[in-house]
Design a protein around this ligand. Structure first.
Ligand code: PLP
Length: 430
């Protein structure tokens, strides 16, 4: 198919896209922004809401806002809004802290629930590093050991000594979607608990935590939930487990009567038990406003568009990029694909730097991965087509400069040596 035909098809797909209008809810320009799997774009509601929070709620009402503006209960209220996007009924999700801190709470609490005879924590071998670091620390603190297991092999590895299984729902590097239903069922069949990291799936695809009986889950809100840089994360604890949730960080905000100022700790009921200290109100309320973009949006439609976008991008890459110059490490099967496409590519750091300079923003993962995130709420099919076309141009340029034939390995190895700064390549993002 010629370039023109792909461009025309992109136009037709955008015209028929039921989510196309949602893009207007964001502050965007003509940059092809394919890094919403790292930092979501800015929803238009956030700035006016924060202005009101700062000027009126904080500026005028001051301390009265803890009650009168609902600041005190914001973590549970916003947690419920996130819950609606990940298949959790109200009262089970609390917003706050970072994903890292919530991984720690969830893993230690799960180990405590699992019982003494269960000595092992299984961790997704390709996990985002922070989960692994925290699981190690949790294991040391609780006298358990950590065993890395491939997320796809988890079901077979779970046994009678397994206390908890910690898995990333979508692999941050490859975009592979793991089988939440089967792994959760296998953990339960063996009497173990499971903690899911939803950073790369929440807001991109249906998660259905309640339907699958997931025990605990964590995630961030700055990617597909568009909550802003460093936006609060969240913690899900299934309702029937909440009375047994013994937090390793029992701060005063999770006390049943925080203002009783008792020297003795008595945990709150419900999702508030997952709180620690004073909530980060400005960030929380930015996230609250950001969640307005979901009004009237069905996550099933988001998933359908995500798969169509990633299919179309892969088709355009195949059409435009010389054969063999890049290879996708994202599964082709829809059932195993999140909402990103990761391409292995020689000189990936340099290629991403040039893409970014030309207004196509993805990110680079060492040593040789280009990541392109597709956020169905604002990414257009035309963006996917243009990104693939510019990628092909950049690769041609790099190969010409290096004096190599397009389609053959380039002269310069990918990786650290000579790599441009992480800032330019999007490496600073997650
Ligand atoms: C899968 C995954 N888990 C955990 C984290 C870390 O989150 P935080 O920095 O909020 O602790 C990230 C960050 O991108 C991530 O992608």
């Amino acid at each position: 198919m010629s370039d023109d035909l792909l461009r025309e098809r992109a136009g037709r797909l955008d015209a028929a896209d039921g989510l196309a209008k949602i893009r207007d809810r964001f502050t965007l320009d003509e940059t092809v922004y394919l890094d919403g799997n790292s930092l979501g774009a800015l929803p238009a509601t956030v700035a006016p809401r924060l202005r009101d929070v700062i000027e009126r709620e904080w500026g005028s009402l001051r301390i009265r806002s803890w009650d009168e503006s609902g600041w005190w209960t914001a973590p549970e209220r916003i947690g419920d809004r996130i819950g609606a996007l990940i298949g959790a009924a109200t009262g089970q999700v609390v917003a706050g802290d970072s994903t890292s801190v919530n991984v720690f709470k969830a893993v230690v609490a799960a180990v405590r629930m699992a019982g003494e005879e269960r000595t092992e924590i299984l961790v997704d071998a390709a996990t985002f590093p922070t989960d692994g670091y925290l699981a190690e620390s949790a294991a040391r603190m609780t006298g358990r050991t950590v065993r890395p297991v491939g997320a796809g092999d988890m079901a077979d590895a779970i046994g009678e000594r397994t206390a908890v299984v910690l898995v990333n729902h979508v692999d941050y590097r490859t975009g592979r979607l793991h089988d939440l239903a089967a792994t959760t069922a296998a953990a339960h069949a063996a009497g173990a608990l499971v903690v899911w990291d939803l950073c790369h799936s929440a807001g991109a695809l249906p998660v259905d935590l309640d339907a699958h009986g997931v025990d605990l889950a964590v995630g961030c809100s700055y990617k597909y939930l568009n909550g802003g840089p460093g936006a609060p994360a969240y913690l899900y604890v299934r309702r029937d487990l909440q009375p047994r949730f013994d937090s390793p960080l029992p701060g005063w905000n999770s006390h049943a009567d925080p203002f009783g100022m008792s020297p003795d700790y008595s945990p709150a009921d419900g999702s508030a038990r997952g709180r620690v200290g004073t909530p980060d109100i400005l960030s929380l309320l930015a996230l609250d406003a950001a969640l307005d973009v979901w009004d009237g949006v069905a996550i099933a439609d988001v998933r359908a568009k995500s798969l169509a976008l990633t299919d179309f991008f892969l088709e355009c890459v195949e059409r435009y990029v010389p054969s063999g110059r890049v290879s996708s490490i994202t599964p082709a099967a829809h059932g195993q694909r999140g909402s990103q496409v990761a391409l292995r590519c020689d000189d990936a750091g340099e290629v991403m730097r040039r893409l970014t300079a030309r207004g196509v923003v993805g990110d680079y993962r060492r040593p040789d991965v280009l990541r392109f995130g597709f956020t169905p709420l604002y990414t257009r099919f035309a963006d996917a087509e243009l990104a693939a076309r510019v990628l092909a141009d950049v690769l041609r340029e790099v190969d010409e400069e290096a004096g190599t034939e397009p389609g053959t390995a380039s002269a310069e190895p990918g990786g650290e040596a000579g790599a441009p700064s992480g800032h330019d390549t999007g490496e600073g993002n997650r």
